[in-house]
Design a binder for this molecule. Structure first.
Ligand code: FES
Length: 616
């Protein structure tokens, strides 16, 4: 029973195929994530705990199902060839089917109003070169510099390589795209009407790319996808571990994300009828770990005390260093971060919120894979990060999913009936963060879950009959059936379990305690806080009343909560479009204070206080 003879493997997903030799991969998950362009969600990092890395074996002999698979998969599923990729190795040539990858929907796709301040660093002008002859054998670059006039210019090698064609194709008419004195492109003919850029927000779960017209400052289009590194775990620590522990891990993670960003930019350009080589600048925001992985910087020290990134400074890098196929001399602006756990995404979100322009203090909370919090005004800015874990994004929740098509995103109670909505109206596949908050709020209100977080068992008193009849035992623990098997798209009932309640309880306690600690550390009174900006996809969808009921957000600010969508993406766009805003972003990062919660006794106290679901 070994794979000493390398076996041939065919992976099929959504009409695309990959053929290869299985080689030395430890299991199907490792093979799929390292050798193929496909990915698999793996929130538990391949430890056989989450059951999210399912594949279907169409043909071929596999290693026998493990105990973990027997626990997480039903007998009939195993009979149909369903396996957990992280637990399975092929023993013969095999065909493996991956389900159609569901794309992140909506969460990061809000298109912002097109009234951004616009003073891009890139500008274009045309020049017509004198025709070369035997009498004038001046080389192409020297001829361009001579005829272009207007002071010295410099060009990277990639732009020089384009000159022979550009200088001859349109009778010597050339458009120069300049970033200061540096040439980003030399293009045949008059291309002054085409000047584009992209802003990217690399979230641990979702990557969003915004395409912008640098002439008008308009956001043209936006795309969002699940982060292609999701196969290596749901949280930053799993990603750091993979980058650090496996040979070539960092290089591989870097390639994954740069290939994804490059493909997303190319897709956006294609669907808008643009040439990606007319994209000259890319602004990059993301949490500190995601930025490290995108740049290929070793992230190991981020995971261990005293939590030191390689750098959080703003960087301007040639786009080809990140393998982005935009203009040959295109540039990437990496936006500055604040600390290991308050990244460039929060800096960009603070910029977008405008909170540092006002004398009245505001609170900004981004509940994503971690919970990052900023409190400030034009006078002071103070930040912290809570290790809330990715439960609020659906990870580590039995039927939790990200904000993807088919995710239950809203749950309500109408005349003793539970009603729900799914993203894009598809058959339900599980619960995303906003659906979890709604459901938990209802379970608390109806007594199915008490203030300590205990869910009543089937048959136990304490909740109305129409709720009690939905209680079952799942793996020996109480669970509430939201979607019966017949209505679900995953072949089993969508349930919310006692363990799920505990996961959310830990996450909400961390975030609520982080808010308490930051407010106290700032010396700002609760009444002085004029607004609570809720950033990120979760904030976009979550019902404010549900968030307050489950104790995630302070009831004292319930009338001041404002969802601001993907503020990090908006901030990255602002930085792309305006040199002044880019400078402001750096000033925000420079003056932001960071409070380390892991060593704060006050945070520990608040964390325990906030563990229950007691109303404030
Ligand atoms: S069970 Fe395979 S990745 Fe979690």
């Amino acid at each position: 029973m070994s794979t000493a003879r390398s076996v041939g493997i065919r992976i099929v997903q959504d009409g695309k195929e990959h053929f290869g030799e299985f080689g030395k991969a430890a299991n199907l998950l490792e093979y799929i994530t390292t050798e193929t362009p496909f990915g698999r969600p793996a929130p538990c990092g391949g430890r056989g705990r989450c059951g999210k890395c399912r594949v279907v074996v169409e043909s071929g002999e596999m290693s026998p199902p493990t105990e973990e698979e027997k626990r997480l998969l039903r007998k009939d599923e195993i009979g149909r060839g369903v396996r957990l990729a992280c637990m399975t190795r092929p023993l013969s040539d095999a065909v493996i089917i991956l389900d159609k990858e569901k794309r992140a929907a909506g969460n990061k796709t809000a298109v912002f109003p097109d009234d951004f301040e616009n003073s891009p660093s890139f500008g274009k002008r045309t020049v017509v070169l004198a025709e070369p002859s035997l009498e004038d054998q001046t080389a192409d670059w020297e001829r361009l510099v001579r005829d272009a006039g207007n002071g010295p210019i410099e060009a990277p090698l990639a732009v020089l390589a384009c000159l022979p064609e550009a200088l001859r194709k349109e009778g010597g008419e050339v458009t120069l795209c300049l970033h200061g004195s540096r040439l980003a492109a030399a293009e045949a003919g008059d291309t002054r009407g085409e000047l584009y850029g992209a802003a990217v927000d690399i979230g641990t779960t979702t990557v969003a790319v915004y395409l912008a017209d640098l002439r008008t400052g308009r956001n043209i289009d936006v795309a969002a996808e699940l982060n292609a590194q999701a196969s290596f775990g749901a949280d930053v620590i799993s990603r750091i571990h993979h980058a650090d522990a496996s040979p070539g891990g960092l290089r591989h993670m870097r390639e994954r994300i740069s290939n994804q960003i490059d493909a997303m930019i190319a897709d956006l350009a294609a669907r808008n009828g643009l040439d990606p080589r007319r994209i000259y600048g890319v602004a990059l925001a993301g949490n500190t770990t995601m930025i490290h992985l995108a740049l290929g910087l070793p992230p190991r020290q981020i995971a261990a005390a005293p939590y030191l990134p390689v750098t959080v400074e703003p960087l301007t890098l040639p786009a080809d260093e990140l393998s982005l196929n935009i203009a040959p001399g295109g540039l990437v602006y990496v936006l500055p971060g604040i600390s290991a756990y308050v990244g460039a995404d929060i800096g960009a979100a603070i910029l977008a919120s405008g909170m540092t322009d006002s004398e009245d203090p505001s609170l900004l909370i981004d509940i994503g894979t971690n919970g990052e919090i900023a409190l400030g005004s034009s006078r002071r800015l103070i930040t912290c990060s809570t290790a809330a874990g990715p439960a609020c994004e659906g990870a580590h929740i039995r039927h939790g999913v990200g904000g993807i098509a088919g995710a239950v995103s809203k749950v309500g109670l109408r005349d003793e009936n539970l009603v729900f909505e799914t993203i894009l109206g598809e058959r339900p596949i599980g619960l995303c963060g906003s659906g979890i908050a709604d459901l938990l709020a209802i379970l608390l209100e109806t007594g199915v879950v008490d203030e300590t977080g205990r869910m009543i068992a089937p048959g136990e008193e304490g909740a109305p009959g129409f709720m009690k009849e939905r209680l079952v035992l799942a793996d020996g623990e109480p669970a509430f059936v939201l979607v019966p098997e017949a209505e679900s798209a995953v072949g089993e009932a969508v349930v919310f379990t006692q363990k799920d309640v505990r996961e959310i309880q830990l996450a909400k306690a961390a975030i609520a305690a982080g808010i308490d600690t930051l407010v106290e550390a700032s010396g700002i009174g609760w009444d002085e806080i004029g607004r609570l900006y809720l950033a990120g996809g979760f904030g976009n969808y979550i019902d404010k009343a549900s968030a307050v009921r489950i104790g995630l957000l302070p009831s004292r600010l319930s009338d001041r909560i404002e969802a601001v969508g993907n503020a990090a993406g908006k901030g990255a766009l602002m930085a792309l479009l305006s040199t002044r805003q880019r400078k402001k972003c750096s000033e925000i990062a420079d003056r932001a204070e960071y409070v380390e919660l892991s060593s704060s006794p006050r945070f520990q106290e608040a964390y325990i206080d906030r563990m229950t679901f007691t109303r404030d």
